[in-house]
Ligand binder design. Structure first.
Ligand code: ADP
Ligand code: MG
Length: 459
């Protein structure tokens, strides 16, 4: 009876793979015991079909219907049975022992939630979409290729699509957006998001529990495979072998593969050449550090999403001050909002500066432009306001130029952003200042010492 229900609500291919092999063992009260071929099998059922199973039990047995698994193992393997991962399990002490069935029986307490979502789980985070992915020069090609793939998975020449870039630049967001887009527009397509780390662990577990076939079979039915952070596969030869195998199968069947990596494929040492050459079949493209306009747009989008208003001058200050990656940018915006609500005050420039300082203090390596300005002002006995002012007085001009020079040396800020922090000067003024200081360093020993001393304060 359960199977009849399942047959109706589970896609046919999945039903064949995952439900036909199930053997009913016994029915005791409201507890149904079923025999499954392997531990891996059990885990996939629990991870992917929990809602469908609940529905079937409700229908065939009633609300108090419960399921117990009994797993087929070799005699010698019986004690080796791995513990199930995501569900609390209990052993059934009074179980009788059918031949070749493990004496331990796993009981699954199903959770009654989301009964109508009956499809295979994609492990996608629905909050990552194209709508909230800000497009800019830094990501345009990757984003557009991603959108093309999402609209026609497996049918473009971008197969595989490989997106690489440093940490926090939006790789996971983008590939999840592709997955969500496909899933929302094609109910029948099985999209799967998996990190390379998880893939590796699943593979190792499958070996341990002797269920490689199930593992393979599961991956072969995927229509769109998103595999995140493939650099993790470096030097893992066995895992690469199986990935290669799955990759080829999917690619030949016209299925879409999407990968990310924190470095370009050419820099993926310890990756099999066969795999690397497969990447060339499709498109490899990178994400770069966001430019100023994109940073501003990302902050604005984040604020709109949170329903918070901040003055443009504050947004500009933040965008000019954080240029490492989007994750950090978001982190600062979030703690700024937290600070504002904690202290019951509006987000203004002063609060932004304070928050930024506190955040950066935790990261010892990072030197902010505020610190540079403070140090320099202190050293030459002028004020920060002097450094930002339009004053042409000699005793201010030199410190200002040194501060710009050090800002360039000690921070990652662009010339444009440095100019912004010095009273809105343009980037050519900054270049000029840096050149002057460079010349002075070459010509004058005392300036050389002065700068060396200043730099020493930052260590
Ligand atoms: P990665 O996987 O490259 O380390 P993530 O995708 O996890 O980076 O991105 C880090 C954070 O920055 C996430 O919260 C993500 O939503 C956000 N983010 C990155 N790029 C963008 C973008 N272009 N628009 C909006 N948010 C972005
Ligand atoms: Mg990521």
């Amino acid at each position: 009876n359960c199977l009849r229900v399942l047959q109706e609500i589970v896609p046919e291919a999945s039903y064949k793979t995952w439900f036909e092999p199930i053997v009913p063992v016994r029915m005791q009260g409201s507890v149904l015991t079923i025999q499954v071929p392997s531990e891996f099998f059990y885990e996939w059922l629990e991870e992917n079909f929990v809602h469908a199973l609940r529905k079937a039990l409700d229908y065939a047995i009633g609300r108090d219907g419960q399921l117990e698994y009994s797993i087929v193992v070799d005699q010698g393997n019986a004690q080796n049975r791995p513990i199930a991962v995501n569900m609390p399990t209990t052993k059934n002490p009074q179980s009788s022992k059918p031949d070749n069935v493990s004496p331990d029986i796993l009981r699954s307490p199903f959770q009654l939630k989301d009964l109508d979502s009956l499809t295979l789980d994609s492990y996608l985070n629905p909050s990552y979409t194209f709508d909230n992915y800000v497009e800019g020069d830094c990501n345009r090609l990757a984003r557009n290729a991603g959108h093309a793939v999402a609209s026609r998975p497996g049918l473009t020449s971008f197969n595989p699509l490989m997106i690489y870039g440093g940490v926090g630049l939006g790789k996971t967001h983008l590939v999840q957006a592709i997955g969500n887009f496909v899933k929302n527009n094609n109910q029948d397509k099985f999209v799967l998001y998996v990190t390379s780390e998880k893939f590796t662990n699943q593979f190792l577990n499958a070996i341990k529990s002797d269920s490689l076939r199930d593992f393979n079979q599961f991956y072969m039915q995927v229509d769109v495979l998103v595999i995140d952070d493939v650099q993790f596969l470096q030097k893992k030869e066995k895992t690469q072998d199986i990935f290669f195998h799955i990759f080829n199968h999917l690619h030949q069947s016209g299925k879409q593969i999407i990968m990310t990596s924190d470095r370009p494929p050419t820099a993926l040492g310890g990756l099999d050449d066969r795999l690397l050459s497969r990447f060339k079949w499709g498109l490899t493209t990178d994400l770069q550090t966001p430019d100023l306009e994109t940073r501003i747009a990302i902050i604005q989008k984040k604020l709109v999403a949170e329903g918070v208003y901040i003055d443009d001058s504050v947004i500009e200050y933040l965008a000019h001050s954080i240029n490492t990656n989007v994750r950090e940018l978001e982190g600062v915006v979030v703690s700024l909002m937290a600070q504002a609500s904690l202290n019951r005050r509006d987000i203004d420039l002063e609060l932004a500066k304070m928050t930024l300082r506190n955040i950066v203090v935790n990261d010892e390596k990072e030197i902010t432009i505020d610190t540079v300005q403070e140090m320099v002002a202190d050293f030459y006995n002028v004020t920060i306001a002097d450094l930002k002012s339009k004053s042409r007085k000699r005793e201010v001009v030199h410190p200002r130029q040194v501060a710009m020079y050090l800002a360039k040396e000690m921070t990652e800020l662009s010339l444009k952003s440095i100019g912004y922090h010095f009273g809105g000067r343009d980037h050519s003024t900054v270049i000029h200042a840096i050149q002057l200081v460079n010349d002075l360093i070459k010509e004058k020993a005392e300036i050389r010492e002065e700068i060396a001393k200043l730099k020493g304060y930052f260590k």
